[in-house]
Design a protein around this ligand. Structure first.
Ligand code: SAM
Ligand code: SF4
Length: 327
């Protein structure tokens, strides 16, 4: 019988977020405002280690893997990693989250390699604001990347936008206009507090509730959550091709539908973005991978998963920024 990862609160984990690098070439003001600074001497998981890891997770019931970072496409073997993750028995969906700088050139190659879904971060539809937020003056290039993804054949193209008070909240009308004709799920993510962004968080955090109220007032309807939606609240409107997803980690019950585990680019299992030190899996991932011991360590670790994060109390669990674990 297929094994399953179920925690003490009856949550089932079929979704792995796998970081393959913590390096990034952007300087998003909420994430790496001073740019990437290497804080460890460890190597990133090798292609072989990634393979061994994903096989073990698949045997524990994982069906979906999101390859993330840092910026995953900075890895030269990114396309090969996609192909091997997609070929693991039991993995039905391979997704990635990217800042989009390689998309214009690579969207089709990644699709052909087996990538089935893609999330692209676009925090503003105004080129200057995009530049201010990301430190990169390449808004048009990223937008051409979004178009290339829509053409490439992906089952799902999502755009992530981190909500920031007074920075991009005025872009809502532009965003809505955009998805009137584009089959994109636009996901507004509430800014989350991390160890490094305290002051920024206090100044710019904006609750997604105000967006939700506006959507409902304008005729958007909340969809019944699907089991694989995770904590996103999704809205649709008969006059729009696209959808809106709201990710509100500060809302009540956000963690009730948690369906994901994370492994960092150096091989630590994290039960929550804002949880703990993580459990090292690296010694079991090498050439002589001990798959049964690896599966056992993952299953045992899950017994310690807490019922929720404690972000509301300002407890960020020691996560310096989301690039460090893989957002
Ligand atoms: N570099 C890729 C990217 O930006 O899409 C993948 C990694 S990034 C850490 C993953 C997602 O986390 C992005 O959509 C980013 O906007 C989001 N993110 C990063 N820091 C965040 C924060 N403090 N609060 C909310 N979302 C954040
Ligand atoms: Fe890089 Fe993504 Fe963090 Fe922006 S959000 S700095 S693109 S890792």
């Amino acid at each position: 019988m297929q094994q399953q990862l179920i925690d003490n609160f009856e949550r089932k984990f079929e979704y792995l977020r796998l970081s393959i690098t913590d390096e990034c070439n952007f300087k998003c003001n909420y994430c790496l405002p001073d740019g990437y600074q290497r804080s460890h001497q460890k190597s990133f998981l090798s292609h072989q280690e990634i393979n061994n890891l994903v096989i073990a997770f698949a045997e524990l019931g994982t069906k979906k893997v999101r390859i993330t970072g840092g910026e995953p496409s900075l890895r030269k073997d990114f396309t090969q990693i996609i192909a091997s993750v997609a070929s693991v028995d039991g993995i039905e969906k391979v997704a990635t989250t990217t800042n989009g700088f390689q998309l214009e050139k690579q969207a089709k190659d990644w699709f052909d390699a087996g990538l089935s879904a893609i999330n692209i971060s676009v925090d503003s539809l105004d080129a200057n604001t995009f530049h201010l937020i990301t430190g990169k003056n390449i808004f048009q290039k990223v937008m051409r990347g979004v178009q290339a993804s829509l053409k490439a054949g992906y089952a799902q193209v999502k755009v992530n936008s981190v909500l920031m008070k007074g920075v991009n909240d005025n872009d809502l009308a532009l965003f809505l206009n955009w998805i009137k004709t584009e089959k994109i799920q636009l996901r507004f993510i509430e800014l989350m507090q991390t160890d490094d962004n305290d002051a920024f968080f206090n100044k710019y955090h904006l609750s997604g509730e105000s967006i939700k109220a506006r959507l409902l007032a304008e005729g958007w309807q909340q969809k019944q959550p699907l089991s694989h939606d995770g904590p996103a609240q999704v809205f649709k409107h008969p006059e729009y091709e696209g959808e809106i997803g709201l990710i509100m980690p500060y809302s009540k019950d956000f963690c009730k539908s948690c369906n994901r585990l994370r492994v960092s680019s150096t091989g630590r299992l994290h039960l929550c973005l804002f949880g703990e030190e993580g459990v090292d899996l690296r010694d079991l991932l090498g050439n002589s991978c001990d798959k049964e011991a690896l599966k056992q360590r993952i299953s045992n670790a899950l017994k310690d998963k807490k019922i929720s994060h404690y972000l509301q109390q300002g407890i960020t669990g020691g996560t310096p920024h989301l690039a460090s674990i893989g957002g």
